[in-house]
Design a protein around this ligand. Sequence first.
Ligand code: ADP
Ligand code: MG
Length: 485
Amino acid sequence: MPSCSLSDVMSEELARQLEEENKSACTSSSEDLLSGEETDTNSDLMLARLLQMQYDRECDTQLRREERKYNGESKVSISFENYRTAHPYDGSESSEDEVDWQDTRDDPYKPDKPQVTPRKGFTGKGKNITTKHDEVLCGRKNTARMDNFAPEVLVGDGLGMDLKLSNQVFNSLKQHCHSEQRRSARLHDKKEHSTAEQAVDPRTRLLMYKMVSAGTLERINGCISTGKESVVFHANGGMLEEQPVPEEVVLKVFKTTLNEFKNRDRYIKDDYRFKDRFSKLNPRKIIRLWAEKEMHNLARMKKAGIPCPEVALLRKHILVLSFIGKDHVPAPKLKDTMLGAADMKTAYYQVLQMMQQLYQECNLVHADLSEYNMLWHQGQVWLIDVSQSVEPSHPHGLQFLFRDCTNVSTFFQKRGVAEAMSVYELFNCVTGLDLTINEEDEAEFLAQIEALEKRNEDHVQKRGKKTFPLSSWDGSPPLKHAADD
Ligand code: ADP
Ligand code: MG
């Protein structure tokens, strides 16, 4: 710029002249733009830019609309900022739109995480010290702590609202949550309990009702037992396909509450007879397998002449069995009997024989044999509850048998049967094996059992799955489940 004197600068004349020059320059360039006749490339570029700017502006407005629609009233919003055409246009048009729009990357309302007070208990220096007791900080911390309440407690977006909960309020909220939780747990218990009282769920009740209305059962009387895995009812039999159902029967209803069955999986999962089917079924159907399994096991036992209930009918997870007992009075469990010495001895030899038959003729291990699952009826022992019974070749079959032997041996020894064998002798006697017995050393005996099981498994693997074809089944007719309805 050429330098000029102060008087020049102050001269009005110069000012006017400069103003004029400026004006004419402006009009010529705007005329260029508006007339469009100007072929100057510079102006084309300008025009293009102006058009582009207009276009971008419209896009952004549309985007803002969409963003607003997307976020609605929600306090947490999603920003479409990244889709905007970052274009420096003046905000003359921006009205309320602009205010609505929030760039959440730098959101003034976005809550900061509550500050953590360092170990020393305060932050800042001198006058600006903030201690851990600072009301605002504490309040925010309490608000953040609500996140730890049980998931069903809706705490809202306290942090977002910069809510500050006093300790007192926080404590009573917390207490309320705890008592609510306990209350709902109690309610839940009650509900569970009431199902146990009514013993069965609505589906099962419907099935039972259908049996009565079809005449298969004349009447369902009362509940004999509610166990962990089943509920047993007494009922009077009617007619099934023109065949009489025994006058007195029990309905063994396998519980459809699935949890109890989880830890019993291994009885069925590793049973080669059910293996293939097990993996494909949902838990409800697996429960039906238990009923089916009990039916097949009972059939094998019946064939070998072991005293046990007879199967009258299987419908889904309900097994109808002949009643062991008389006139509505079930036979007592062996543990509840007060047998004299002679009877006890008879019972013992019977159990011994039954265990051998079960193992050798039925190719089964009871796997839950104890004084609870043996009934005393008409001067003899009856075996029940065989849904979990497996074949000895089951990966843990021999261990289950050892446990059975332990129960039987302990029971009869306690009841004063002098002839009762030790668990080891009993095991050898039942299996016909000749494992080395060292009364002091259970671990050694168990090790022999495990080695046997291992050998057995290797053997099965080598010879393939076909070694145990389903034709080794008891020969009972293939099972037909009542059609799912
Ligand atoms: P859980 O698997 O629940 O133990 P059980 O088959 O052992 O089922 O049956 C539970 C109880 O019901 C038995 O202890 C017995 O008292 C009674 N019970 C089961 N089956 C019969 C039956 N056929 N006759 C008489 N009582 C039975
Ligand atoms: Mg039982």
